[in-house]
Write a protein that binds this ligand. Structure first.
Ligand SMILES: *Cc1c(COP(=O)(O)O)cnc(C)c1O
Length: 424
């Protein structure tokens, strides 16, 4: 459920028509619906209500401060993957006991900052990282709270670039090495071994990989218990997909939660009142945002009809990177027009620069506004300045009001850190 809808054939975000925002802030821009964000978080939260849990929204999906602020005020924790994301979490006042720190390549500086803030857990991904963390915690005279991220070696059946839980992926500690590494961690003086973590991939549309992974890690938890290693936290990561309307329908969060909780129900972990952690990103933010763009040109090619926008792959890279499907909608809807197969492309000098490929769409003309749906996650955060294009504005809608929550970059800003080679 989201708050983007047509009223009298005009596309609205909550109570604000998108053309009105376009007039005020120019195009392209990302537009987020606060009510949708909050709703998605609530649905997810309620789905796990029957089990002690902490929902740590994955900041990298959409890290705009206004988005983080809306979520943290609803009680969300954060899953962060860098010192920069830690700074964002701090900026919106996320309490440290609601933060988990993931990522395969945490630097010493990042670890120190997170130790000083007092995050809930470091999701550690290698033996070397474990030892580095132990050393840094010792220097700071602290105990670092640790979960080991285990690679359960299950196939998430998603795009290879966003699958992380296979043996060949760089993520996590190999399943077969886990027990040994837990034993080793338990002996390190400056660590407190508190949890087990896994995250098998993103945009998953089937339940089985989640169920398989949770079975694998619960088995490991049992093995650890036999050795007297009793963990307080089980982090099952994120990865639940959203409908991009390409025919693959992911399970509703309620079904997903039901399946995971059924696996947990009879476990010793549940009997000990362990806390379940989840790290959803896309399912919270994805359908809470759209990219609004304007048609610059319409070109009748020899084979194809091209609609050329003022937004391209630098603004939304998912189609180019993952061949992702995003629904395209006109901001002003007209009826009774013949639809044609259309290539919706950007202005970037790359043939991979497309937003929709071979899509049946109504006719567009120069100046028309259109939206690219499901762009709230991995949209702005993956955008770049390629072709010296300023990153676009971000707008948040709350009811009948909207606010620019990130100004459009200027070209001067893009060159700010550059200089010519100094004359001797
Ligand atoms: C990216 C990521 C997530 C969020 O994944 P979604 O598919 O957006 O839910 C969660 N945990 C970790 C460790 C991640 O890297």
């Amino acid at each position: 459920m989201d708050h983007f809808f047509y009223r009298e054939n005009r596309l609205f975000c909550e109570q604000v028509p998108l053309d009105q925002i376009a007039q005020a802030v120019g195009t392209p821009f990302y537009c987020y619906s606060e009510a949708t964000l909050r709703h998605h978080f609530e649905v997810f939260e309620e789905a796990f209500a029957s089990f002690p849990h902490l929902i740590c929204y994955s900041v990298k999906a959409n890290s705009n401060l206004a988005v983080l602020d809306a979520l943290v005020r609803q009680g969300a924790g954060f899953d962060i993957v860098s010192g920069g994301e830690l700074a964002r979490a701090q900026r919106v006042g996320c309490p440290p006991e609601r933060i988990v720190f993931s990522g395969v390549g945490k630097t010493a500086t990042e670890m120190r900052a997170a130790l000083e803030y007092g995050v809930l857990l470091f999701n550690v991904e290698s033996r070397d990282e474990l030892h580095r963390l132990n050393g840094l915690a010792g220097q700071l005279r602290r105990k670092a709270p640790v979960a080991l991220r285990i690679n359960p070696d299950v196939d998430p059946q998603t795009h290879p670039h966003i699958s992380t839980g296979l043996r060949r992926n760089k993520f996590g500690i190999p399943y077969r090495q886990a027990l040994d590494l837990y034993r080793e961690a338990a002996r390190l003086p400056h660590l407190e071994v508190l949890g087990l973590d896994c995250h098998i991939g993103s945009q998953l549309t089937a339940l089985e990989p989640f169920v398989d992974a949770s079975r694998r890690v619960l088995l490991l938890l049992k093995g650890l218990e036999r050795e007297g290693i009793l963990l307080r936290y089980l982090d099952l990561g994120g990865g639940l997909g959203i409908p991009y309307e390409d025919g693959r329908m992911p399970p509703h969060p309620g079904i997903y939660a039901g399946a995971l909780l059924a696996e947990l129900a009879t476990s010793p972990f549940a009997k000990r009142h362990g806390t379940l952690i989840l790290e959803p990103g896309r399912v919270i933010a994805g359908n809470a945002g759209v990219l609004v763009a304007r048609v610059e040109y319409v070109k009748e090619g020899e084979e194809k009809l091209f609609v050329i926008l003022d937004a391209g792959m630098n603004d939304l890279i998912r189609p180019a990177l993952y061949n992702a499907y995003h629904t395209i909608l006109p901001v002003a809807r007209r009826f009774g027009q013949e639809e044609r197969l259309t290539e919706v492309v950007g202005p970037i000098c790359e043939s991979g620069d497309f937003l929709a490929h071979d899509r049946l769409l109504p006719p567009f003309q120069e100046g028309d506004l259109l939206v690219v749906r499901s762009a709230g996650a991995y949209g702005f955060t993956m955008s770049s300045n390629y072709n010296t294009r300023p990153r676009v504005a971000e707008v948040m809608v709350r009811g009948d009001r909207f606010a620019v929550v990130r100004r459009r970059e200027t070209i001067d800003q893009l060159m700010e850190n550059e200089s010519l080679f100094p004359v001797p």
